[in-house]
Design a binder for this molecule. Structure first.
Ligand code: PLP
Length: 401
């Protein structure tokens, strides 16, 4: 039996045109900062890719800062140096409780400068809490510049909320959040790693001031990503990686040219196909969920009643250990993640499900199926057949509801 890959939110397979472009790029030798013709060739490849990434998200090329991935893009964004020097010590960072660990650590903010935004039981950031905190508190700004709110940062507030969650696929009300943050005179960063390729023109769509993206979630190479700024009014005063002034002094270090070329091509390919693909993938996911609930009516699908990415199904059958399921399914040639997989590969209580007030006995059973462009109905049926067999066995032994 061929392996069934159901872990696209972790990483997607490299697209063939991406691989071909990268192999070709490996033969272009030189340093993009050198002024001779070889250096200029490398520089040209990087700039073409910059435009491809910018076009996909609706940004300008000069506002794209290439990084080593989504993690570094997130780290780079979280800095009080987004604000003028005299305001930096008063700067506050607000992060939602369901962010990726690369946001939750707060990076260059001190612990006492960070506030966590709660989420509802449905896994959606609590917009009313944020509104109260930023607009109704005693020190809310009195004078607002409604016409160009993002240009006049009255308060050194940075809010970071992801566009959709990687574990559950739950989509966040990011446009509403951007209105609140801008009304409060703050800046909004959005981790868009899981929505790139699934929603068009992310920068105008989110209305965020900074967004993070990563190549390997859309069939580009691993180890490449970007932090993208809204426009020249968003200034990163101190780079996180300082060096030779690359990326307009915002991220030092010789660029990973072949990787960046691959990212650009991935954006171009996915930009042309995303609209058609998303509908097909969502149909597959919906069929998978119907099948699952048919096999086990006790299965809980997280976020079923709110807006979710069409490629994700995060579910749990109470008592049925996720770790056991992942191992058993792996032996049956099926790759997927537990809803709470952490980077060390161990299964832990998911901070996302915890923030949604899901009981530990249920979150320990959470599995995440994530589909992608190469997924097929055969994959879905193969998974359902395999899952039914392990579930039936576990139920007989009293190891599942
Ligand atoms: N943010 C989210 C929401 C993610 O899902 C991931 C990857 O899993 C990252 C950030 C990190 O991206 P990268 O693997 O490119 O460092």
């Amino acid at each position: 039996m061929e392996r069934i890959y159901l872990d696209y939110n972790a990483s997607a397979p490299l697209l063939e045109p991406v691989k071909a472009a990268m192999i070709e790029a490996f033969d272009v030798f030189g340093n993009g900062s050198s002024v001779h013709s070889q250096g200029r060739k490398v520089h040209g490849r990087i700039e073409t890719a910059r435009e491809q990434v910018a076009k996909m998200v609706g940004a300008r090329g000069q506002d794209v800062i290439f990084t080593s991935g989504g993690t570094e893009a997130n780290n780079l964004a979280l800095t009080p140096s987004l604000f003028p020097k005299d305001l930096q010590s008063q700067a506050r960072l607000y992060v939602s409780a369901i962010e990726h660990p690369s946001i939750l650590n707060g990076m260059r903010f001190e612990k006492d400068q960070i506030t966590v935004i709660p989420v509802t039981r449905e896994g959606v950031v609590d917009v009313e809490w944020l509104r109260n905190e930023l607009l109704n508190s005693e020190d809310a700004p009195e004078e607002l510049n409604k016409n160009e709110p993002h240009k006049k940062h009255i308060k050194p507030i940075l809010v970071s909320v992801m566009a959709a969650n990687n574990e559950t696929g739950i989509i966040q009300p990011i446009t509403e959040i951007s209105e609140i943050v801008h009304e409060a005179g703050g800046l909004l960063h959005s981790d868009c790693v899981q929505v790139l390729g699934k929603m068009p023109l992310l920068l105008p769509m989110t209305n965020a001031d900074l967004i993070s993206v990563s190549a390997h979630k859309i069939g580009g190479p691993q180890g490449v990503g970007a932090l993208i700024l809204r426009d020249a009014s968003v200034v990163l005063r101190e780079p996180h990686v300082a060096g030779g002034g690359q990326e307009l002094k915002r991220r030092g270090g010789t660029e990973n040219m072949a990787g960046i070329v691959g990212f650009g091509v991935a954006c171009e390919v996915v930009n042309d196909t995303q609209a058609a693909e998303q509908g097909r993938i969502k149909d597959l996911r919906d069929q998978l969920e119907v099948g699952l609930l048919d096999i086990s009516p006790d299965a809980v699908v997280f976020g079923k009643d709110v807006q979710r990415l069409g490629n994700v199904c995060c579910f749990a059958v109470p008592g049925f250990s996720a770790e056991t399921q992942v191992i058993q399914l792996d032996l049956m040639n099926i790759s997927l993640s537990s809803g709470s997989a952490c980077s060390s590969g161990k299964v832990d209580h998911s901070h996302v499900l915890k923030a949604m007030a899901v009981k530990e006995t249920i979150s320990h059973a959470a599995l995440r199926v994530s589909l992608g462009p190469q997924s097929s109905l055969d994959d879905v049926n193969g998974f359902l057949k395999a899952w039914e067999s392990i579930y039936t066995r576990a139920k007989k032994r009293g190891h599942a509801a």
